[in-house]
Design a binder for this molecule. Structure first.
Ligand code: HEC
Ligand code: HEC
Length: 322
């Protein structure tokens, strides 16, 4: 962004602030003490989505997480968590601005979180993600990648048929087309960041409707119809692709589109990954012109849960897969 745009944004923001005065109120989340004395800069003060925020606060203590691989968990705690906490947690904890899947102070919880979002697999996004989010140092070293893969190998061996890839592979069989269609993914839209919807004290925040790409009421399908690099598939309503394209491709484990909906617990049970909600929460904590902001409406949220829970119920009843 050039200096002129920045100046323009600053002026626009100042004008709005001058015009409507009470701006400070909407930013005053920092006045309340948060339980647990966490050290974050206040990123999790987002209360803008009633009932939608499912990511637990960093300070929630967690008990021991049951697992099919006690040795794997021990290995994670001792050899993997320390470098993940150091390199990734600053942005992937509850404070954002990246999607939340790590808790620096809690190795047990992080272990379960990594399973939930589908990162305990070979070729994990954790090891293939290049530097991003404005940082040049948030990539793992060769030695760290080796440790990560060593850990994954232990989990896959001990998990056997209940290891994440083997469970995920079976879930597609149980997708209900009607419940999938009821999510109306073709209608999901982005929301432009304006001075009035910054609940996280992020600067810069305001987006210019004329120059932002896909940030202003754009369908998700604009960017997620066919680009595997984004790791999320949404081409519902696309006139060129077959009508069942998104339904079918969402079953895929490579690319792992299915993990936007499902994860697998360390005990081998399918669970909701909540990745779409986590991404939504993250976009509300990130700055202007990063991934477009979006919020799930109560209807979208309910339809999402109905689709996911139906598949999980069927799996638990032994109805999915080979
Ligand atoms: C400076 C903040 C920051 C740090 C540190 C950081 N991330 Fe991220 N990360 C982000 C943001 C912002 C996003 C969402 C935008 C994007 O995907 O580029 C993200 C998204 C991701 C994603 C999800 C998208 C995808 O491509 O699958 C992965 C995986 C990821 N980061 C891995 C890591 C790993 C591994 C580390 C530590 C080695 C790390 N990040 C450290 C900010 C950060
Ligand atoms: C202007 C283009 C654009 C639009 C519009 C857009 N996205 Fe994205 N999305 C991306 C890109 C690029 C990435 C990968 C980098 C990142 O996370 O910023 C991404 C990543 C994601 C991810 C993360 C995948 C992962 O593995 O972590 C999710 C989930 C997602 N988008 C959901 C949505 C939803 C839901 C909408 C609509 C409400 C939407 N996106 C609208 C471009 C877009």
């Amino acid at each position: 962004m050039n200096a002129r745009t920045l100046l323009g944004l600053a002026l626009a923001a100042a004008t709005v602030a001058a015009a409507c005065g009470g701006e400070a109120d909407s930013l005053s989340y920092g006045g309340t003490k948060r339980a647990g004395g966490k050290t974050s800069s206040g990123g999790d003060g987002d209360t803008s989505s009633p009932g939608g925020d499912t990511t637990p606060d960093d300070s929630t203590p967690s008990g021991p997480v049951p697992t099919n691989s006690p040795a794997g968990k021990e290995f994670y705690t001792t050899n993997v968590h320390p470098f993940m906490a150091q390199k990734c947690a600053a942005c992937h904890g509850a404070a954002g601005p990246g999607p939340a899947w790590l808790t620096a102070a809690d190795a047990e919880k992080s272990y379960a979180q990594l399973f939930q979002v589908g990162y305990v697999v070979e070729q994990s996004r954790v090891i293939v993600k290049p530097a991003h989010g404005g940082s040049t140092t948030n990539v793992l070293s060769t030695a760290e990648i080796q440790k990560y893969n060593e850990w994954v190998a232990m989990e896959l061996a001990d998990g056997g048929q209940e290891a994440p890839p083997n469970v995920l592979e079976k879930l597609g069989d149980c997708f209900d087309r009607q419940k999938f269609d009821a999510m109306n993914l073709g209608q999901w839209r982005t929301t432009r960041r304006t001075n009035n919807n910054n609940t996280n004290n992020v600067t810069p925040w305001n987006e210019n409707a004329d120059t932002c790409t896909g940030c202003d009421n754009a369908p998700c399908t604009t960017c997620h119809s066919a680009d595997a690099a984004t790791n999320y598939k949404n081409a519902v309503g696309n006139p060129i692709l077959p009508a069942d394209n998104t339904f079918e491709e969402t079953k895929l484990t490579t690319p792992a589109y299915i993990t936007k909906y499902f994860g697998v617990s360390p005990e081998g049970k399918p669970i909701a990954s909540d990745s779409l909600r986590k991404k939504a929460e993250a976009t509300r904590k990130d700055k202007a012109y990063s991934h477009p902001m979006f919020t799930l409406t109560p209807n979208q949220s309910a339809a999402l849960d109905a689709f996911v829970n139906d598949v999980i119920d069927k799996y638990n009843a032994g109805l999915c897969g080979k």
